[in-house]
Design a binder for this molecule. Structure first.
Ligand code: NAD
Ligand code: UDP
Ligand code: UDP
Length: 327
């Protein structure tokens, strides 16, 4: 019998995972962070290391893992298009084999398990905004498929373990989330624009910039994940978690330029293959089941995000590696 709550966070050294570990420790849990440091970094978790309730294990979730915990948050997976497309076979393995191993672990120890799924399961959506009962419009053989289809398969596995083994599952469909500790070089739009603006480099808009996304601040998202885990066993999801405020990418660029007092120019680059034209969550289900809604407006979340990157770029080594990099 475990006296204090033991929680496993896979992908715990990444952007979302590190914020989640922090929140769980603040709430009094013991936290085990499992990560293979593919896109995550020790820097994201080193401030938690002195806490005796925090532990980091270097491990790849495509291999079996034997631990005793009460709850599992399964976040391990590269999330940005350039990272998940770098080794697409590994992306599918991480998502699918990783899900099987973590579900097998949860089954053996009777833990509740939460899957970090994604709005990408809706693909390039033909229904707008996206509700959980929309089945999506996903290209099964394109460059984004290793991520989109693997995340869809992971959802299937979660629901089959639930049906077949009565496992306590939670599936969160996370929409674009941003904030401090995003990887400065991962090519996602918020980190790209902020870094470009701070370095005075051109702001690269892919296509005409009229495609839309809805951006959720990290603290709001973490709050949603924790509420979902705490919800009764009957609440399995899938539940959309995101901020319904929808913005054209061009407007995001203008906002970042204004808030960072940057004089960078806006330039246009070709649109990547299968880039969804629009995306906006319908979050009424999360409101109903979890009494959750995001509280941070885009401008308010961009301010601490810009400050974080400003400080990061003050480090000569980080700056040099970014200037040497492609983005
Ligand atoms: P991230 O890349 O910062 O974090 C992912 C973490 O998983 C990294 O620390 C990485 O090293 C680790 N990892 C990758 N492969 C692994 C493996 N085989 N074994 C162990 N660890 C591994 O990305 P993030 O934005 O923090 O995303 C976390 C999760 O949330 C992902 O599952 C992602 O699909 C999901 N998600 C994120 C967003 C978003 O906007 N940030 C949106 C939708 C879904
Ligand atoms: N597994 C694990 N840790 C555990 C239990 C299982 O990593 O504590 C992995 C193991 O690799 C197994 C997978 O989870 O292959 C699926 O487990 P399950 O019990 O569902 O299936 P089976 O063992 O019958 O393949
Ligand atoms: N994007 C852009 N410039 C960049 C990076 C991204 O215009 O430097 C666009 C991208 O084409 C997409 C949107 O911004 O339409 C969001 O991209 P991101 O990679 O952040 O997330 P996703 O496409 O997975 O939602």
């Amino acid at each position: 019998m475990l006296l204090q709550k033991q929680i496993l966070v896979t992908g715990g050294a990444g952007f979302l995972g590190s914020h989640l570990c922090e929140r769980l420790l603040a709430e009094g849990a013991n936290v085990i962070c499992v990560d293979n440091f593919f896109t995550g970094t020790r820097l994201n978790v080193e401030h938690m290391l002195p806490d005796p309730r925090f532990e980091v294990i270097r491990h790849d979730v495509t291999f079996p893992l034997y631990l005793e915990v009460n709850e599992i948050y399964n976040l391990a997976c590269p999330a940005s298009p350039i990272h998940y497309q770098r080794d697409p076979v590994q992306t599918t393995k991480t998502t699918v084999h990783g899900a099987i191993n973590m579900l097998g672990l949860a089954k053996r120890i009777k833990a509740t398990i939460l899957q970090a799924s994604t709005s990408e399961v809706y693909g390039d959506p033909l229904v707008h905004p996206q509700r959980e009962d929309y089945w999506g419009n996903v290209n099964p053989i394109g460059v984004r498929s290793c991520y989109d289809e693997a995340k869809r398969c992971a959802e299937t596995l979660f629901f089959d373990y639930w049906r077949q083994h009565s496992l306590a599952i939670k599936v969160a469909r996370i929409f674009n989330t941003y904030g401090p500790r995003m990887h400065p070089n991962d090519g996602r739009v918020v980190s790209n624009f902020v870094v470009q603006a701070l370095l005075g480099r051109d702001i690269t808009i892919y296509g005409d910039g009229r495609q839309t996304r809805a951006f959720c601040y990290v603290d709001d998202l973490i709050d949603g994940l924790i509420r979902l885990m705490a919800a009764p066993k009957t609440v399995t999801g899938p539940v959309n978690l995101g901020n319904p405020g929808e913005f054209a990418i061009l407007d995001l660029a203008k906002m970042v330029l204004e808030l960072s007092n940057s004089r960078s120019r806006i330039v246009h680059r070709p649109l990547p293959e299968d880039d969804p034209k629009q995306r906006q969550p319908d979050i009424s289900l999360a409101g109903e089941l979890l009494d959750w809604a995001p509280r941070t407006a885009l401008k308010d979340g961009l301010v601490p995000t810009i400050s974080y990157f400003d400080k990061l770029l003050g480090d000569e080594k980080v700056r040099a590696s970014l200037l040497a990099g492609a983005s």
